[in-house]
Every structure is written in C-alpha cells, then in structure tokens.
Write a protein that binds this ligand. Structure first.
Ligand code: DGJ
Length: 496
C-alpha cells in the first residue's frame, strides 16, 4: 500500500458567497490568491504585467506593463501601484507614458516590456530600465529604454534607448573567441550543433560588437555594495548578459559577462541569499509557459552553475503556467523571497494573471517552488509542506465525500453551528481548513488545522471541530489505482 502523502489544494467555493465582514484582529490572515484577478483600491484588476517591485520609505511600489485588450503593444505605458503589506494595492500613476509624437522611440504602439525601477541614493533619482521594441518592427530592435524621475511614482522622463555595451567585449570572452572570423554566412542553412557552437563561441557578440548587444527580457539588481546590474536576454535570446551600471545607474560601466551561452534563457530574475546569487529564468517559447531554470553563483560574475527545474509537483514543467518576472525580498523577514511571475493571456493581454509564490529552500540551500492556490506571508518557514525526497505521487482521483460535493456541503451545513459571538457581532468570515484523508478514507484527526482565513477565533474552533467529525471518504487514488493519503484544503464560509 502506498502511503505517500501529497499536498493537494482543493478549492471548493461553497454555495453562497457571503458579504464578508472581516474580523479586525485577524487582519494578518490576508491571502495571495495565485492566478486569480487581483483588484486595486478602485476595484480594477491590477494592470502591471512583467513587473518588478521597489521597496522605498516603508512602502512597496510595483511597476509593470499596462496591457490593453487586443494586443501587446504599449498604448499607455508603465503603471505604478503601492502597498504597505503586499496584499492591498493602491493605484498610483502611469509612471512612464508612451508619447504621441510618432518620431519618439516610445511612441504609442511600441512595445514596452518588463520595466524595473531602482533607486540611486547618491543622485536621489529613481531609474527605470525596460525592454523596448520600436513601433512596427516586431522584436527586431531588441533595445533597452532608460528613464528617470525625482519621485518614485513618476512621471519618469525617457532619457534614451540603446543596445548595451557597444564596442566593449564581455569579460568572459576569450581572445580566441573575440578574434574568430566565423559569421552566420559560414554556417549551414539549417540550425545544428555547428550553429550552437558558433553561438557559444560568440558569433552574435562579434556581429553586434559595434552597434551594441541585443537586449530583450530583463531585470535590474542592486547588490549589497550599491552596485547595480542590468541582466538581459541577448544574442538572439540565446545568451544572458549581466552588465554593471555606472554609479549613477544611467549607463554601462563596460564590465559585463555572458551567462549560459547558447542556453536560450529568457525572463531573468535574481536574488542573493547567504552570500550566494540565484537566478530563476525561463526557456524561450514566446507567451507559452515552459520549464523554469535555476542557476547559482558565488559571484555575480560567475561561474554560474545550472541546476534542475526549481519547480516541484503538478505542472512543474510549465512553472505552474507562468513565466517569472522578478524576485522580491520581503521586508523584515529573513530568508523570505517571493517569486513573481506572469500567467500571460496573449489573446486578451489585460486579463493576464499574477502568479506569486514563496521561495522554499532545500537543506542544501537550493531554492525551489511549490504550487499554492492560496498562501500568505506567514507561510514562510524553514520546513516545507512536502518532503522532496519522497517519491512523487500523481493523484488520479481525489478523495470523495460519500454522495459527492453537494452532500458534503449539506453535511457541513447541518453540523456546523454559527458561533454565538459572531452572530452577536454580526460577523461573517471564511476559514481555510487543511486536513488529510488517509488511504483508508478516514480523516486524520490530528492533521486538521485552520491554516488561514478572515474570521473570528470561534469560527476557527468550530470549523476544526466539525471537520474532525467528517465521515469516511472514498480515498484518493494514484496512477496505479492504489489508494493513497491526500491533503485537502477546504474553505468554510460563515455567512449571516
Ligand atoms: C517571452 C517574453 O518573456 C515576454 O516578455 C514577451 O517578450 C514574449 N516572449 C513575446 O513573445
């Protein structure tokens, strides 16, 4: 009998959604709902895709691409939202507006992607970098745009665009690679190993040496010593570059390295933990999600070591249907980093969703990601929910309440008593209860635990009491049709 456990997030919205009146004392029970619509203070879905966050003067500022309904072109610009707790976001501004002038490089209809903002304490300026594609040229231009502002929320003034590091060799390109005379016309018409070797040996770096290196998907990173770096997909998206910026953050210092040559990495994100640098990137499949990649290094200049996919579990091969954009260190918490990603909707871009996940670490200190439907900042912890050494179990069928879900709701309704104090106060609420259904269908009573919610303590107590009394389920089945242990999370609504 296979008794391996598996965390399964089961979202079952109970029949009527209540008008929620949150209990103030449990305010820290706010949740990130992964991939759902995220409203701002105006009740509108946050429009800040491919974004990044800067923490400044006690607030988080989220900058991202404003997306329209029909295409991915920039018709508005870069938006800015602010938050004190990362859950509730206030719309601030269009931080960088596209321009009406058809001759402007950021004219309406160009592509502005993956904007990031950093603060320069010496100049007092906020500096924005973004991936810029010129209007009507598809992804051919492969440029970086640079803008700055005295105020974090903008307006940002567009300074210029460029291809980085014109006339400068990467620090980790050998003399032999620099001197090679191989060009694409020496290579076969079909892509093959010879091509790959040529790319690894700097084919495109040489081609673009005079005009500057291509720069598409990107992020910015400021290290502990105040040095800032622009990390971008270069060389026809085949190689990442990490380029140091000048002290004012407005230009390139001329020091840069190639990372994973020929590796086809996009969507770079980076963070540092205990002196080690980590990058989580994606492969190159356009708007379609793919398997994330993990790289680590002891110095920002490398050597960067490649590791297996950092995502674990169901749909790990699609980064849980998303593509990374930024890694955010959570303020005031040690070892708390959020992997921010986009679930793109290229046919209806404004509807793209945000996939934010807490980063976990293995005992060896390697980051990994699990899929959550809901989580909160209190979920950052040293011990993960699952043992990574356990054999992976795919649940083919989930545990079933006798008679199905409707009977379950009926049973809960009949057995749950609305707590008197909540009635007296006129309070509604929601409690998420996590529990395990064992391979024999029994509830594991010791496993029952309210993990989050917006509720009174009496609602937590009542939910746990009733869930412990649930009758036997039909157990979950694995791929070999064997019954297995299975975790469930059930939201319980208290509605007056
Ligand atoms: C994948 C990139 O990561 C996105 O930012 C965007 O450029 C799409 N490709 C376009 O296909």
């Amino acid at each position: 009998m296979n008794k391996i456990t598996k965390l399964v997030i089961l979202l079952q919205l109970l029949i009527c959604l209540p008008t929620l009146v949150w209990a103030d004392e449990l305010d820290d029970y706010k949740l990130f709902s992964v991939g759902e619509l995220w409203d701002d203070d105006r009740g509108m879905h946050i429009n800040a895709h491919g974004g990044g966050i800067l923490f400044h003067d006690g607030k988080y500022y989220w900058f991202g691409e404003h997306k329209g309904r029909e295409d991915n072109a920039a018709w508005v610009g870069v938006t800015c939202y602010s938050s004190e707790d990362l859950y509730d976001w206030t719309y601030e501004s269009v931080a960088l507006s596209v321009e009406e002038d058809p001759n402007s490089e950021i004219t309406a209809g160009c592509l502005i992607e993956r904007p990031k903002v950093i603060y320069n304490p010496t100049t007092g300026k906020f500096v924005m970098y973004f991936h810029l594609e010129l209007k009507g040229q598809g992804y051919k231009a492969a440029r970086v745009g640079i803008a700055s502002s005295d105020k974090i929320e903008g307006p940002y003034s567009f300074i210029r665009s460029c291809r980085p590091n014109a006339g400068v060799w990467p620090m980790n390109m050998s003399e032999e690679q620099r001197a090679s005379t191989i060009t694409s016309s020496d290579l076969p018409s079909e892509w093959n190993e010879e091509w790959r070797d040529a790319v690894v040996n700097g084919l495109y770096v040489r081609r673009d040496f005079q005009g500057g290196q291509m720069s598409r998907d990107m992020t910015l990173y400021v290290d502990d010593d105040g040095k800032a770096y622009h990390i971008y997909a270069s060389e026809e998206n085949r190689t990442l570059h990490i380029a140091e910026l000048t002290d004012d953050f407005l230009d390139y210092s001329g020091r840069y390295v190639r990372v994973a040559p020929g590796g086809l990495n996009e969507a770079p994100t980076i963070f540092k933990r205990k002196g080690k640098y980590f990058m989580i990137t994606s492969g190159c499949t356009g708007w379609t999600p793919n398997e994330a990649r993990l790289l680590s290094a002891d110095s920002i200049w490398g050597t960067w070591t490649e590791h297996p996919n950092p995502c674990k579990g169901f749909k790990a091969e699609t980064t849980f249907y998303s593509q990374g954009t930024f890694i955010l260190p959570v303020q005031g918490k040690e070892d708390a980093f959020i992997f921010m990603a986009d679930r793109w909707q290229p046919q209806y871009p404004i509807n793209g969703r945000y996939v934010w996940l807490p980063i976990n670490f293995t005992e060896d200190g390697l980051p990994y990601l699990l899929k959550y439907d809901f989580w909160s900042l209190s979920d950052f912890r040293s011990k993960p929910d699952i043992d990574l050494n356990e054999e992976e179990v795919i649940i083919k069928t989930f545990p079933q309440f006798p008679g199905g879900d409707k009977k379950l709701y009926k049973w809960l309704g009949e057995n749950m008593k609305y707590p008197k104090d909540a009635i007296d106060e006129g309070l509604s609420g929601i409690v998420f209860v996590k529990f395990m259904i064992r391979f024999d269908g029994r509830i594991d009573k010791n496993s029952v635990r309210a993990i989050k919610g917006k509720c009174t303590r009496s609602m937590i107590k009542e939910s746990e009491r009733v869930i412990q009394k649930l009758p036997r389920f039909t157990p979950a089945m694995n791929d070999d049709d064997e019954p297995v242990d299975c975790w469930l999370i059930l939201p319980i609504n208290f509605s007056l």
